[in-house]
Ligand binder design. Structure first.
Ligand code: FES
Length: 166
């Protein structure tokens, strides 16, 4: 496995919430990388160059622990797709489902299916990840791994509080 695509150790993925990380579409990074490498040291990783470029195409994603495995999803509700499920401290979960606190949508951790709420029947966007040797790696060919944690909060509504009671 490619160490530059290692997200976390399996132990770091919590049981009852989510682990937040960042990805970026590959094609876009590749063109930025080529431009950067013309003037900068080739010893930098793609992730380092991507971080410096402040690429607005960076997206948040989450890892969810399944029974003996891990699933990866983009961190956006399917009701209002700018709303994060994990706002930086782990998404709320109940009985193996990820809950969007804005309007109470429930998503199955393993399939991404919304089983209840305003986007019932919709699916979260998946990110391919694999567990290998006790670590979780990004294996999705569409994305580069950028880093752990969320995107800086400028302009994003992370303060939005729950409209429902749990
Ligand atoms: S924004 Fe997620 S349920 Fe409405």
């Amino acid at each position: 496995m490619d160490d530059s695509r290692r997200i976390a150790s399996l132990e770091d993925v919590p049981d009852e919430t989510t682990l937040l990380f960042r990805v970026r579409k590959r094609g876009r990074l590749a063109s930025k990388r080529e431009a950067k490498l013309e003037t900068e040291s080739e010893t930098k990783t793609e992730a380092e160059i991507g971080e410096e470029s402040g690429d607005e195409e960076t997206k948040e994603a989450i890892l969810v622990r399944l029974d003996g495995d891990v699933a990866g999803w983009l961190n956006y509700c399917q009701h209002l797709t700018h709303i994060q499920l994990d706002k930086g401290t782990g998404a709320t979960m109940r009985d193996g489902e990820i809950i969007c606190e804005n309007h109470g949508a429930y998503f199955e951790s393993d399939s991404g299916l919304c089983t209840f709420g305003p986007c019932e029947g919709a699916y979260l966007n998946s990110i391919d990840v694999t567990v290998d040797g006790g670590s979780v790696f990004l294996t999705d060919e569409e994305y580069e791994y950028v880093g752990r944690g969320g995107i800086e909060t400028d302009g994003l509504d992370r303060t939005s509080t729950s409209n429902i009671e749990f």
